[in-house]
Design a protein around this ligand. Structure first.
Ligand SMILES: [Zn+2]
Length: 782
C-alpha cells in the first residue's frame, strides 16, 4: 500500500520516535543510577505493570524522577538511531514491551494474562510476559483491514488459533497490501515475543524470481534502514552456497541479515544448504506455485526446518480443490488429512454437487461438505476481497464487451471448426484434450484477435486451414505481404481503434492494453504507428530494471505515452500502472486469476481517477466460452474461499465442452446461457440486485443489448464499430437507478438507430439456437 506521509502524520511519527528515544535513554539512566532498577512512577500505570521489589519513599521517587528525565538529542527533528537499542546500553532487569501498548494507534498482538497483585509478588521476575506491540512505524500506516490481517497471522504462527499448527494462508485479493502485512508480521517476530525476546531469528522469503528485488524494495521502503535483507537470485553456484551457508550458520542473538529473499528456483537448487538448519519463519509469495504436492519446489520447501509457514496468494484455487489441499497441507500438515482422505471426504462430493445435473441429495451433501471444509480452513486462512478497496479507491466500472466477428473472421472461423482436424478431435471421446485440439484452440483464439495472426497457417495450408486461402480476397494477401495493417478485418481491433481515438480526443486518460499473445502486441504497435500514438511495451523479455524505468515514465502525468502494452504472460504482479485509468483486456485467459491480475494494475492504491476496465470477447466464439469457464472456476474458488454458499450453477460441464461450436445469431452466448429473467426481448426490465458489484457473477451485472443503456460515454461511441452486447458493473454499490430502463429509451430517442430491430429478432432466434445446442450437447455426452 503506497501512501504518502501527510505532514501531520510525519509529526506524529517523529513524536513517537522521540518517545522511544526517551524510553531508551531512560533505561540507560536507571541503570547507571541504581543496580536494583525500578521503573519511575510515571510508567507504573502503563501495562504491564513493572514489578517493584521494594517501595520507594516520596523523596527517593523525586530523585529518581530527576535522574530519569528524558534526554533529548539537541538536533532539530532528530529521529533517533535506526536500531531499537543504542550501542552499549543494556536492558535493565524489568521486562517491558518494546513499544507502548497504550500509545494511540498501537497494534497489540499479544496481551499477557492479567496477574493479581498477589501473583505479582510470587512470580519470577524473569518470567513475566510482556505485550507484543507492532512497531509504531508500521502500525501508524496500516489500514484497518491490514491491522486485522497482521493480528490474524500472528495468532496463527504462534499456535493460538489451532493447537499445534503454526501456518497460515494470507489470501487477500490483490491490492490489499499482503506484502506490507507480511513485513509487519516478520518484523514483529524478529524483534519481539511475549517472553521479552524475539520469537524468531531468521526469515526466509521465497518468491518468484521477478519479485526478489521487489520484496527487498518493499522491506527497505517500510522499515527504512532498520534491517538489511539478503537477496539471492541466480549467480554463481559456489558464491550462493557460501552466502546461504553463512546465513544458515548464524545463530547469534542478533543476525546481521535476518531476512533472506530467494527465488523459488534458487531455493530448489540450494535446498541441501537451506534444509540443514532451522529457520523461524518462511514466507512463500505467489504461493499457488505450491499447488501441487508432487512438484520439486514443493518437496524442497516442505523439507525446510521451519514450523511457522505463511503462504501468500491472491488466488488460492486455480483449477481444482486438490490444489487447494496442497496449499493448506503445506502450511499445516495433516489439517485436512492425507490427499486421499481429502479427495474422498471433500473433493468428490463437492464437485458432484456443483454439476448442473446434480440431484438434490448430491447438492445437499456437497453443501454440507463444503461448509465443513470452510470451517476448518477458515481457522488458518484469511481472505478479503478487493471490494474492500472501494472504500479507498475511486469507482471502477468493469465492462464485458461482446463484439461480432468481421465477415472474414467468421468465414475463416467456420472453415476451421468444420475442418477434418477439428472433427477428428471432437469425435475422440477421450477426455484429455489432444495436441491438435490445443493447436486448433489457439488458432481460433488468434483468429478472434485478427486474421493476420493465423496468416502463416493459412498461407501454408496447415492442419485445419487447408484451402482456407480461397476465402481471402486477393488484395488482402497482397496487403498482408506488404505488412500494412488492415484494421477492418478484425472487429475487436475496430472497436479498439475507435475507442483509442475517442479517448485521445475527448479525455486526458491513459490506457493499458493487455493480451496473451506477443503477436497481438505487435498488432497494437502497428496500430499505434498508423495512428501516431505514443506507447510503451512490456513483455517477458524485458529486464526487471528496464521495466521499472518504463513504468515510472508511463505513470508520470507529464510523460507523453498514451498507451501501455502489457503481455499477460510477462508476470504483471507488483506492476503499478496507476498512470492509466482505463484498461483493455483484448483476449480472455483460461485462468481468471491472470485476468484479475492484469486488471489490478490500474485499480490500486494511488489511483485518483474513476477506472474503466474493458474485457473484449468475440460474440458466440470460443472467447465467450472461455469467459463462461472462468465463471465456473470462479464459482468454485469463491465458494470455498469467500464462503459464498450460493454458487451460481449456470454452466454445466457439458456446456464447457462445446468449445468448437460457433454460436451464430446471438448477441451474447453468455447472456443466453445464464437464462436471464431480468431481460425481456433484449431490454433489461429489472436492475441487478442492489448489493451487487464487480465481484458478483455476470447474471448480477447490468445487461445492455443497446448502447443507450451504457453508462460509459466512451464505450457508447464505440458501439457502432461492432459491439453486440455489454455486461457492466461497478466496484462500489452505486445507488440503483429507480426508473425503469425503458424510460431512458425515450430520453435517448435522438440516438435511436436501427439496431433495435435486429437485436429483438436476434435474441429471439438465440433462444432457439441455444436450446438446440444444449440438446446436441446432451446427445454428445451420452
Ligand atoms: Zn439480462
Amino acid at each position: 500500500m503506497r501512501r504518502s506521509l501527510a505532514p501531520s502524520r510525519l509529526k506524529r511519527l517523529n513524536g513517537e520516535e522521540e518517545e522511544e528515544n526517551a524510553k531508551r535513554s531512560k533505561r540507560g539512566r536507571i541503570l547507571s543510577s541504581s543496580k536494583k532498577s525500578v521503573a519511575p512512577e510515571t510508567v507504573v500505570e502503563k501495562p504491564p505493570a513493572p514489578i517493584t521489589a521494594e517501595s520507594l519513599s516520596n523523596h527517593e521517587a523525586l530523585i529518581r524522577q530527576i535522574l530519569t528525565k528524558p534526554f533529548k538529542v539537541p538536533i532539530l527533528n532528530y529521529q533517533g538511531g535506526i536500531g531499537s537499542r543504542a550501542l552499549g546500553v543494556r536492558r535493565d532487569g524489568v521486562r517491558r514491551p518494546l513499544h507502548d501498548p497504550m500509545a494511540p494507534n498501537a497494534l497489540v498482538l499479544y496481551t499477557p494474562p492479567q496477574l493479581s497483585a498477589h501473583d505479582l509478588l510470587k512470580v519470577d521476575k524473569d518470567k513475566v510476559q510482556v505485550h507484543v506491540v507492532v512497531d509504531p512505524v508500521l502500525s501508524n500506516i496500516l489500514r484497518p483491514h491490514q491491522r486485522e490481517g497482521v493480528k490474524f497471522m500472528y495468532e496463527c504462527v504462534t499456535g493460538v488459533r489451532i493447537e499445534n499448527a503454526y501456518g497460515c494462508i494470507m489470501a487477500d485479493e490483490m491490492g490489499l497490501g499482503k506484502t506490507l502485512q507480511c513485513i509487519t508480521l516478520m518484523w514483529t517476530l524478529l524483534r519481539q515475543g511475549p517472553d521479552c525476546k524475539p520469537l524468531i531469528k531468521k526469515v526466509v522469503i521465497v518468491t518468484p524470481s521477478s519479485l526478489v528485488k521487489n520484496w527487498c524494495n518493499e522491506i527497505v521502503k517500510w522499515l527504512g534502514g532498520r534491517v538489511h535483507p539478503l537477496a539471492i537470485d541466480g549467480g554463481g553456484k559456489e558464491h550462493i552456497d557460501k552466502q546461504l551457508t553463512s546465513f544458515m550458520q548464524t545463530y547469534s542473538q542478533r543476525v546481521v541479515n535476518p531476512i533472506l529473499v530467494i527465488s523459488y528456483e534458487t531455493f530448489r537448487s540450494h535446498a541441501h544448504v537451506l534444509n540443514k538448519g532451522e529457520v523461524g519463519l518462511v514466507l512463500c509469495d505467489e504461493g499457488h506455485r505450491l499447488k501441487n504436492c508432487e512438484n520439486q519446489t514443493y518437496q524442497a520447501l516442505v523439507k525446510l526446518q521451519c514450523q511457522r509457514r505463511v503462504l501468500l496468494s491472491g488466488t488460492p484455487i486455480q483449477n481444482d480443490l486438490l490444489e487447494y489441499f496442497s496449499l493448506v497441507h503445506f502450511v499445516n500438515q495433516g489439517l485436512l488429512g492425507t490427499s486421499q482422505e481429502f479427495r474422498k471426504q471433500y473433493e468428490n462430493p463437492i464437485l458432484r454437487g456443483q454439476d448442473a445435473y446434480a440431484t438434490v441429495d448430491e447438492r445437499k451433501k456437497a453443501e454440507e461438505r463444503l461448509s465443513q471444509l470452510i470451517g476448518i480452513v477458515n481457522r488458518c486462512m484469511i481472505r478479503r476481497t478487493s471490494a474492500l478497496l472501494s472504500k479507498y479507491l475511486p469507482d471502477k466500472t468493469e465492462q464485458v464487451v461482446c463484439i461480432n466477428l468481421s465477415s472474414i473472421q467468421k468465414q475463416l472461423y467456420q472453415h476451421l471448426i468444420k475442418s477434418d482436424a477439428v472433427r477428428r478431435t471432437v469425435k475422440d471421446s477421450n477426455d484429455k484434450v489432444s495436441l491438435t485440439a490445443l493447436s486448433s484452440i489457439t488458432s481460433l483464439k488468434k483468429l478472434c484477435n485478427h486474421p493476420d495472426l493465423v496468416m502463416d497457417k493459412i498461407l501454408s495450408g496447415a492442419d485445419g486451414f487447408e484451402k482456407a486461402i480461397s476465402l481471402l480476397p486477393k488484395e488482402y494477401i497482397d496487403t498482408y505481404k506488404r505488412q500494412k495493417l488492415q484494421v477492418e478485418l478484425s472487429a475487436k481491433l475496430m472497436v479498439l481503434d475507435t475507442m483509442l481515438a475517442v479517448i485521445k480526443t475527448t479525455t486526458t486518460d491513459k490506457i493499458v492494453l493487455v493480451s496473451n499473445y506477443t503477436q497481438t502486441l505487435d498488432l497494437f504497435q502497428r496500430l499505434c504507428s498508423l495512428r501516431n500514438y505514443n506507447y510503451v511495451r512490456l513483455d517477458g523479455t524485458m529486464t526487471i530494471k528496464k521495466r521499472a524505468k518504463i513504468v515510472e515514465k508511463f505513470n508520470d502525468p507529464t510523460g507523453g505515452d498514451f498507451i501501455f502494452m502489457l503481455s499477460s504472460k510477462a508476470g504483471g504482479c507488483g506492476l503499478n500502472l496507476i498512470g492509466a485509468n482505463r484498461l483493455v483486456m483484448f483476449d480472455p485467459d483460461w485462468n481468471p486469476a491472470n485476468d484479475d491480475q492484469a486488471m489490478a494494475r490500474v485499480w490500486r492504491d494511488g489511483q485518483k481517477k474513476p477506472c474503466f476496465v474493458y474485457r473484449f470477447l468475440c460474440t458466440g466464439t470460443i472467447e465467450e466460452k472461455m469467459m463462461q469457464r472462468q465463471a465456473h472456476k470462479k464459482a468454485l474458488s469463491s465458494s470455498v474461499v469467500d464462503c459464498e454458499e450460493d454458487v451460481a450453477r449456470h454452466f454445466s460441464l457439458s456446456e464447457l465442452r462445446s468449445l468448437f461450436q460457433l454460436e451464430e445469431n446471438t448477441i451474447s452466448d453468455t447472456h443466453d446461457k445464464i437464462k436471464c429473467k431480468r431481460c425481456v426481448n433484449g431490454v433489461q426490465m429489472k436492475p441487478p440486485p442492489a448489493d451487487s458489484d464487480c465481484t458478483c457473477d455476470l447474471s448480477c451485472w447490468y445487461h445492455c443489448a443497446d448502447k443507450r443503456w451504457l453508462v460509459d460515454p466512451i464505450l457508447k461511441s464505440c458501439w457502432p464499430a461492432g459491439i453486440s452486447f455489454v455486461f457492466y458493473q461497478h466496484s462500489t454499490k452505486v445507488k440503483v437507478d429507480e426508473k425503469p430502463a425503458v424510460k431512458e429509451e425515450v430520453e435517448d430517442e435522438t440516438e435511436k438507430d436501427n439496431d433495435e430491430v435486429d437485436d429483438g429478432s436476434g435474441s429471439e432466434s438465440n433462444e432457439d439456437s441455444s436450446s438446440d445446442f444444449e440438446k446436441e450437447n446432451e446427445a454428445y455426452n451420452d
